[in-house]
Ligand binder design. Sequence first.
Ligand SMILES: Cc1cc2nc3c(=O)[nH]c(=O)nc-3n(C[C@H](O)[C@H](O)[C@H](O)COP(=O)(O)OP(=O)(O)OC[C@H]3O[C@@H](n4cnc5c(N)ncnc54)[C@H](O)[C@@H]3O)c2cc1C
Length: 328
Amino acid sequence: MTPLSDEQIAFVQGALPGVILHEAMSKHTNFRLGGPAALYVVASSSDGLLTAVQTALQAGIPFYVFGGGSNILVSDDGYKGLMIQAANREMSIHENRVKCESGVITAFVARKSAEAGLSGFEWAVGVPGTIGGAVYGNAGCFGGEIKDVVATVDAYRLSDGSRMEYPNAACAFGYRDSLFKHEPHVILGCTLTLQPGDTDAAMRTLNEINARRKAKQPLAEASAGCMFKNFDFRDESELKALRRNSDIPQGMIEAKRLSAGWLVDQAGLLGKTMGNIKVSDKHGNFIINTGGGRAQDVVAMTSLVKMKIRDEFGIMLEDEVQLVGFGE
Ligand SMILES: Cc1cc2nc3c(=O)[nH]c(=O)nc-3n(C[C@H](O)[C@H](O)[C@H](O)COP(=O)(O)OP(=O)(O)OC[C@H]3O[C@@H](n4cnc5c(N)ncnc54)[C@H](O)[C@@H]3O)c2cc1C
């Protein structure tokens, strides 16, 4: 990617007074790694988010909208355009409808909804990042997915510059997938529909979920959560065709989903280290930066894991984490 010209930088600085030059992305990602963004701005309102995007378009420079940085891997060379952090954080609850801007922290929405006696989003209390990021990747855990509670998504469609209100059915939600992964949009907010319930019960569920997560996942470490999608299979014949198909837990057979963490564990890769990058000892689908790690070592580690799983099981794992600034 060609470096930005002085004119482009001056144009962006004129239009976005808060813009920062050469901002280390390691400060803004849960992985605690990634090189500098040529330009960086925090958008603290939805209008500000749109202004930042339109400024980048007018200046003819690439841009990347992100939220909490909990599901991105930024290259060691950084990003040679404008990184825009969605920090538009307005939220309101009316009866059983929760309206949030895309930069609202997901765990905050889960907690506030439970406190308001609403049920159905407790599972999200441990999902780091923002609602915009959760909608983008159809975040989920413990049997819940955001697709089950989204009523509408407010988004700016980049192909024709129109602001859309997508009903749930138009969002093409799938396993860690949505329309927004395939057609460029800036997610501005969404409305969730939850079930009226009981505050005490919702808070109990929320606390139980927090405790279960802490027991199973290395939450205090620098990571991007699960690196790989779990492997879904359609029927037993697909399972029988695998290179190695013994000892698969019954629960996974019934769910027709092999956990990527289990596959990594079975391949003997727990604790595997490369530079300062390590496969967690606690959960095989978490790759950890133990301090001063490099994005290129994460890429090397994910390649090694994928090859090992392909060789042992005949399964090609897919990335769950989004790569930023690679191959430019
Ligand atoms: C310890 C840990 C545990 C995790 N556990 C889970 C889990 O249980 N379940 C789960 O699903 N995920 C989990 N994750 C992954 C991550 O938290 C989720 O994917 C989360 O929803 C990402 O939100 P974010 O704001 O951090 O997104 P970011 O990392 O900032 O961005 C992720 C992607 O979303 C896009 N995006 C973000 N905001 C917008 C917007 N406003 N408009 C357009 N695109 C946008 C970005 O361009 C990027 O491609 C975990 C991560 C960590 C570090």
